[in-house]
Write a protein that binds this ligand. Sequence first.
Ligand code: PLP
Ligand code: COI
Length: 357
Amino acid sequence: QNELFLIKTNNQGASNMSINAKDIDFNNLGFNYMDLPYRFRAYYRDGQWQDEGLTDDPNIHISEGSTILHYGQGAFEGLKAYRTQSGEINLFRPDQNAIRMTHSCDRLLMPEYPVDKFVDAVKQTVAANKDFVPPYGTGATLYLRPYIVGVGGNIGVHPAQEYIFSIFAMPVGNYFKGGLTPTAFITSEYDRAAHKGTGANKVGGNYAASLFPGDYAHQNGYSDCIYLDPISHRKVEEVGSANFFGITKDNVFLTPKSPSILPSVTKYSLLYLAKEKLGLGTKEGDVFIDQFDEFTEAGACGTAAVISPIGSITHGDDKHVFYSETEVGPVTRKLYDTLTGIQFGELDAPEGWIQKV
Ligand code: PLP
Ligand code: COI
């Protein structure tokens, strides 16, 4: 099937040094960049998108005056492809990532890449790299990283005239080392996003702001930090790379509502599944840091994180242990089994959630 695609050769004249699928141990993957054979690319020039299609060149060559380099005018997405037991390839709600990217583009005055073209480009990228979709049963997946960046000579603080949209892929395992084993988190005194800033968009600046607090957390043995709301610092916002949820004593799936957190596709999927499949109550609302004992379980959820149980949260001198520091709680496990069962094609999916490659 690959011959059907438009393949651009590496414009640097280098031989393609991409990795061979046979050399990958799909059972022992972390979350690391890999140079796979193909990535999708499109250019926005003269007011319109022009698809270049698939290319084997992992590098992009851009002007030193590009807005992405100086002013962070860029956005990205993250979604996954899953190998089913019968060998098919599932995408989980790719349209939701496409729509969220249009919101990021609107916020940073970038041209939207159309939703249907985004989904098609994801499918092309996965199909071209299909040998890298990990085998069923390994638990590993193919992570897709779409991004859009402002390019072209431009040094005033204005939106760029030209943009690149691209999607690359890499096989991944667990994002947080523990997998379904709980890990420890710590609250941060820093904010990753302002109240009316760009926290609800998947833009690089939020992640740049999270590097320093994230590094502090890692250096001190925590998986990541938990950001608090930027106004009062009394409420949980989210993890640097995932949304937060807790299960209350009266069986409600409770997750923060805030204008400065990323609207997680996984979180909204879990809100639906918790209610419709697990019979839990659901609520998006305030999660106060001095009310952690309302929760019997807590977790981080996202595409990369999947569902990662939170064993404890340290806030100042206090350390709050949720269900256990070593065992995943029963509700978190059920949510995990239901979500991943749908993604890997073991359970029926709600209408429109799964698209085949
Ligand atoms: N929050 C942040 C800051 C993230 O980077 C992510 C990852 O995309 C999420 C939450 C989870 O969002 P999703 O479930 O759409 O992957
Ligand atoms: C994702 O889950 O897709 C993310 O983007 C999280 C992180 C790797 C930034």
